[in-house]
Design a binder for this molecule. Structure first.
Ligand SMILES: *Cc1c(COP(=O)(O)O)cnc(C)c1O
Length: 393
């Protein structure tokens, strides 16, 4: 071979005796084949075969398999964000004329997707009260093909009665999905409750370091896996092996990060609840929280995100208190090592009176808890100070 060929063709080196604990990052667009026949038959390689870098590499398959094992599923697909994990499910199972039911507590871009993308294409949606439970049966007509859940709900933290919703859906042959980002499969396993699609924003706890965006959808049915893969192939969606390697690294410490953040978050939530009127601190482990009984029944733990309703009298003081925080940063997204404060404005369709003001979302990271509490204390004082006007939680 001549020099310019030698620059391109790699010599074989031995892998013998090389055993590393790290998952190699396999980068690829092209996948090469041993023969013209193998290339011609590449579409017959099945759900786990390799055909093109976009559709999977050993690195992405390793992450998929790790999530599948935790979710107690059959297969997992990886998509470029947590939002994409939701939209790919919707796009895979909904056709013009169909309806999807979404909870009022869903991650807000879900309703935007339904209103601004699905509706103009003839797919309807209805927003339901997250605490509806078995009452969801009344909303199921022949057009309903998917019921989406998110438990606990974004910012407002309601735990849904997933078994009751799944039972009502199954009775009518309707598919169900659950956004499991907060609990992760360490603390709640949607597929074990017969949910069809369990999605996660890996961006949050699996990535765990605020530096990657990815989503996962786990299923326990090969036909649903094929539907998801077909959608992804049609729209040209895949994930970077480098991001998969970061997610695999993040996942190794997820158990201890969650245990720590969950303990500190619950401790802070209890401390705050002891000083504030009932209903202002939103954490599913507090008695009186929306869906607390379902949390105790279905979850094996809680992670590090909870919220505090900011009453009107404390709303003007809040921006300065947030800016003054020394250890917390101000920002959305969560699940990383840095603690975050994010003031959220919530609007409710099913009950406009509920949650009509500012809610402060608190993400507990890995900093010293005394430093964190020093930032939270003045906020608690401001909320506790003036005559409190409790809002319904
Ligand atoms: C952040 C989040 C998402 C979206 O994840 P991205 O990767 O940021 O798109 C979806 N669902 C929940 C519950 C989230 O918190």
């Amino acid at each position: 071979m001549r020099d310019r060929t030698l620059c391109v063709k790699r010599p074989e080196v031995s892998h013998e005796g090389f055993a590393s604990l790290a998952t190699p990052t396999y980068r690829a667009s092209t996948i090469v084949f041993d023969s013209a026949e193998a290339y011609a038959n590449r579409s017959k390689r099945g759900p786990d075969g390799y055909t093109y870098g976009l559709h999977g590499t050993p690195t992405s398959r390793t992450l998929e398999a790790s999530i599948t094992a935790l979710e107690q599923g059959l297969r997992t697909v990886l998509v470029p964000s947590g939002q994409a994990a939701i939209t790919v499910v919707f796009l895979s199972v909904l056709m013009p004329g169909d309806t999807v039911l979404i909870p009022d507590s869903a991650y807000p871009p879900v309703a935007s997707f339904c209103e601004n993308y699905l509706k103009p294409r003839g797919i309807s949606y209805r927003i339901y009260d997250p605490m509806i439970g078995a009452g969801i049966a009344d909303l199921i007509d022949d057009s309903v093909k998917l019921i989406w859940t998110e438990s606990p709900g974004s910012t407002t933290m309601e735990i849904q009665d997933i078994p009751a919703i799944v039972a009502a859906a199954k009775a009518r042959g309707v598919l169900t999905g659950c956004d499991n980002t907060w609990a992760t499969p360490l603390y709640f396993k949607p597929l074990a409750h017969d949910v069809d699609f369990s999605s996660m924003a890996l961006t949050k706890y699996v990535g765990g370091h605020s530096d990657l965006l990815m989503g996962s959808i786990a299923v326990k049915d090969m036909a649903l896996h094929k539907k998801l893969k077909d959608t992804m192939r049609m729209i040209g969606m895949g994930v970077s092996p480098d991001d998969c390697a970061l997610a695999l690294r993040g996942m190794e410490t997820m158990g201890v990060r969650l245990a720590h953040s969950g303990r500190v978050a619950l401790d802070f939530a209890k401390r705050m609840a002891s000083r504030l009127p009932q209903g202002l601190v939103l954490h599913p482990a507090l008695s009186g929280a929306a869906g607390h009984a379902f949390f105790q029944r279905d979850f094996s733990g809680g992670s590090g995100v909870f919220s505090v309703v900011i009453p009107a009298h404390a709303e003007t003081a809040l921006p300065d208190l947030l800016t003054a925080a020394q250890t917390f940063s101000i920002g959305a997204s969560w699940g990383g090592t840095h603690s975050l404060l994010a003031p959220m404005t919530i609007t409710r369709v099913t009950d406009p009176a509920a949650h009509s003001g500012t809610i402060l979302r608190i993400n507990i990271g890995l900093e010293d808890e005394n430093d964190l509490w020093a930032d939270l204390e003045p906020i608690v004082e401001a909320v506790a100070a003036a005559p409190p006007v409790a809002r319904t939680a």
